[in-house]
Design a protein around this ligand. Structure first.
Ligand code: AMP
Length: 630
């Protein structure tokens, strides 16, 4: 496919604010694509050159992109920057210049610097195709830019991008210039892509559950799409876990009482403490090494998409929202290498700051200080972490997620020490009846833990799934609501009075409507934030501000400005009520759900993506449960 064709699709996607239309346009795009390019297209429509969990960023700031545009079209850099400021978007500024230069006589003037890597681009086969670059050629050039490291990187990136821009038509220029800056903002969520893939090949959305299953196991849209296009439905069904690709984590349900939990879990069940730290998925392999081979067996595909940069890391860590956090936790990496007795494994645990001398768990506010990019070593000494491992998904070359909890736990006990310095087995007891739950719960809470996780003994590990295999019991359940609600910031109301100084007076927040891949509003939050929190919200909001309502947001309320749905807040409320103002779970009369007296508990930070927020389905359940409790 020509990149210019893809650029026309970008235009159409950008112009719609309806999700069904997004699915329709995407499916037409996929129908036109070849199997070898479908993976790349999946990354490109999300403005990336790798799956989101890969740290592969193009790594160009505004000033560098402006230099590349200036160089491509023989213009002054200051002029590019000025045009960018007045148009508000780098892509638009680039498109305008590109149009001008095309009108002047087709090709923009360019000077040859034989020493720059981009010179090879001109002498390569790309030259012949001139402005008819294919999607794969543009993708490969962008990937090349992402991979430059070391001395001269800035110059190399700028000249490679400028050479690429020269070879594109104005519409393509617009979108390619936005990719390095992350300002493509087509607002396409992963479920939308899955629906479109099904529609493209099957003619309806019936294959979405199979695609979703494969996606839950690998979190890699490009890999799933390519497998589907090359190996059909059968290939998708055979997808197994791949070391190096994060698995979407299994989630827990909530119930109003211990008695209800016993009804669900059966006679005997497992109970583990619920640690209030952050979830870590550990991938351990003899050597995680990527090779860019494009094959047509599942193994080849897995290898080809297991990372674009060569990685010799032996251990990789992923957060709850599947970001690669390996570099933030060198102590865990070392601990895993030293203390885990397996050749290859995928483990899950909760990392928590822990004082080994007093055997005390530190509060979440302390643990979360470890989530940082800088001064990592200093923090390792100040706040050492212990990883309490609670599940094993893959062992010595085999995906074991289908095995029952009881067997997985047994295998886990064989490879993780009970009292390791850094890696430890999470405590586990087999319980019977509500009385035993209450007893263990009180013990856990008195030790400073958050509560309990109850687990069904014969349950498989369900990637990305919330089933009654795991049930959480939290301290906060002592209140009226059975749990806190994770909400996404959707809009901002400007401040009045004292709050003007913070720039933010209140927030419009929402939850996730999974079936429609949409964010729906549930509350306005204004009170209950400290001055520091207001400042923090203001910083976040400035970064995420967008000019119009994002296509995946469904709201009756108009805030002062909209933000890209990205940041998740944990909210505690007294009650869930019905309300005509909000769109969450709205019935045919337009009555939805709302939170009564919402208060901020914490910023979930990198812990959760917007799509990991509480869903409307869960809100509905919580609404019903609150009355059962009373
Ligand atoms: P919540 O975020 O409140 O929905 O609770 C689920 C989270 O609890 C998981 O994502 C884990 O990070 C955390 N957690 C703590 N202890 C455990 C445990 N023993 N088993 C599973 N998850 C746990």
């Amino acid at each position: 496919m020509k990149f210019s064709t893809l650029a026309q699709y970008y235009e159409k996607l950008e112009a719609t604010s309806k999700r069904l239309e997004l699915v329709d346009i995407l499916s037409k795009l996929f129908k036109e694509a070849k199997a070898e390019e479908i993976g790349k297209i999946c990354y490109l429509i999300q403005g990336r050159v790798a799956p989101f969990f890969e740290a592969t960023e193009i790594g160009m700031a505004e000033s560098m992109v402006a230099s590349a545009i200036a160089k491509a079209f023989g213009e002054d850099k200051d002029k590019v920057t000025k045009s960018y400021r007045s148009l508000g978007n780098m892509g638009l500024a680039a498109q305008k210049l590109s149009q001008g230069s095309h009108q002047k006589g087709g090709q923009a003037p360019f000077k040859v610097h034989p020493s720059t890597p981009s010179a090879s681009l001109r002498t390569s086969s790309l030259r012949a195709s001139s402005s008819k670059l294919s999607v794969s050629e543009v993708f490969d050039e962008l990937l090349k830019i992402a991979k430059f490291t070391g001395k001269g990187t800035v110059e190399q990136k700028v000249s490679t991008l400028s050479e690429l821009l020269k070879k594109l038509d104005p519409v393509s220029v617009k979108h390619v210039a936005n990719i390095p800056l992350g300002t493509l903002r087509l607002g396409i969520g992963d479920p939308t892509v899955l629906d479109a893939l099904s529609l493209a090949k099957k003619g309806d959305k019936s294959l979405r559950p199979v695609l979703e299953d494969a996606y839950n196991k690998t979190s890699d849209l490009g890999y799933v799409a390519e497998t589907y296009f090359k190996l059909q439905e059968g290939g998708l069904k055979n997808i197994k876990l791949v070391v190096g690709k994060p698995i979407r984590p299994a989630l827990a349900e909530r119930l109003p009482s211990a008695e209800e939990a016993v009804k669900r879990l059966g006679g005997e069940f497992a109970a583990e403490p619920k640690f209030d730290g952050f979830r870590v998925q550990v991938h351990l392999s003899p050597s995680i090494k990527s090779e860019v081979i494009r094959g047509s067996t599942l193994k080849d595909l897995a290898r080809a998409t297991s990372g674009v940069e060569p990685r010799l890391e032996h251990v990789k860590l992923f957060s709850r929202n599947l970001e690669n956090t390996t570099h933030a936790f060198p102590d865990i990496v070392e601990g895993v290498k030293r203390e885990v007795g397996a050749k290859s494994a995928i483990l899950e645990g909760e990392a928590i700051a822990y004082n080994p001398t007093t055997s005390e768990f530190l509060p979440f506010q302390e643990t979360t200080k470890r989530r940082r990019k800088y001064q990592v070593e200093e923090m390792v000494k100040k706040l050492p972490l212990v990883l309490f491992v609670f599940d094993l998904l893959y062992l010595n070359g085999k995906d074991i997620t289908e095995k029952p909890y009881r067997e997985r736990r047994k295998l886990l006990t064989g490879i993780v020490p009970k009292e390791g310095k850094v890696v430890r087995l999470a405590e586990e007891r087999t319980l019977k009846g509500a009385g035993e739950i209450t007893k263990f719960f009180n013990e856990a809470v008195s030790e400073g833990l958050e509560g309990l996780m109850l687990k069904k003994l014969d349950s498989p590990y369900v990637a990305g799934g919330r089933g009654f295999h795991w049930i959480k019991f939290k301290r906060s359940q002592a209140g009226e609501l059975t749990d806190t609600v994770d909400c996404v910031i959707l809009g901002v109301f400007s401040g009045k009075g004292k709050r003007t100084e913070f720039g933010v007076g209140g927030l419009l927040v929402g939850v996730y409507e999974k079936k429609r891949d949409e964010f729906v509003t549930i509350s306005r939050i204004g009170t209950g934030l400290t001055d520091e929190e207001f400042r923090q919200v203001n910083e976040l909001a400035k970064k995420l501000k967008v000019s119009h309502k994002p296509s995946r947001v469904n709201s009756k309320i108009e805030p002062t400005f909209w933000v890209e749905p990205k940041e998740v807040l944990e909210i505690y409320a007294d009650e869930i009520t019905r309300s005509p103002i909000h769109t969450a779970g709205a019935d045919k009369d337009g009555i939805g759900y709302a939170l009564r007296f919402p208060r901020l508990v914490k910023f979930r930070g990198k812990d959760k993506r917007a799509e990991d927020a509480t869903t409307v389905e869960e809100v509905e359940k919580m609404y019903k449960q609150q009355y059962k409790k009373k």
